[in-house]
Design a protein. Structure first.
Length: 103
């Protein structure tokens, strides 16, 4: 078995770590780190790709509107181009249906 360190970080459009106020008012980065163990099951050839499923729940991160961000994954300090995903925050959508206040 081999112990592996995984890190998922949130970066801004400039490639810098996103800093947001934490519960105590100090700035903190949005980062998830964990370790897991890898091993090749009996009968599987070396260098065979083995899927690894992982779910991460990140609740209510107060990101600024209309900005680009990127989630970046690294494993043991190594990253690949397809281990990144970019997204953009938007302004809230007005309700399409229902009562309109002030009319």
């Amino acid at each position: 078995m081999t112990k592996v360190r995984m890190r998922l970080t949130l970066l801004g459009a400039d490639g810098e770590l996103v800093q947001l106020p934490g519960p105590n008012g100090q700035q903190q980065t949005i980062e998830v780190t964990t370790e897991f163990e890898l091993g090749r099951p009996p009968g599987v050839a070396p260098s065979t790709s083995l899927p690894f499923a992982l779910a991460i729940n990140v609740n209510q991160v107060p990101l600024p509107r209309n900005q680009r961000f990127e989630w970046r994954l690294d494993i043991d300090g190594r990253t690949e181009p397809d281990w990144h995903v970019s997204f953009q925050t938007l302004d809230p959508m007005p309700p399409a249906f229902g009562p309109r206040l002030g009319n």
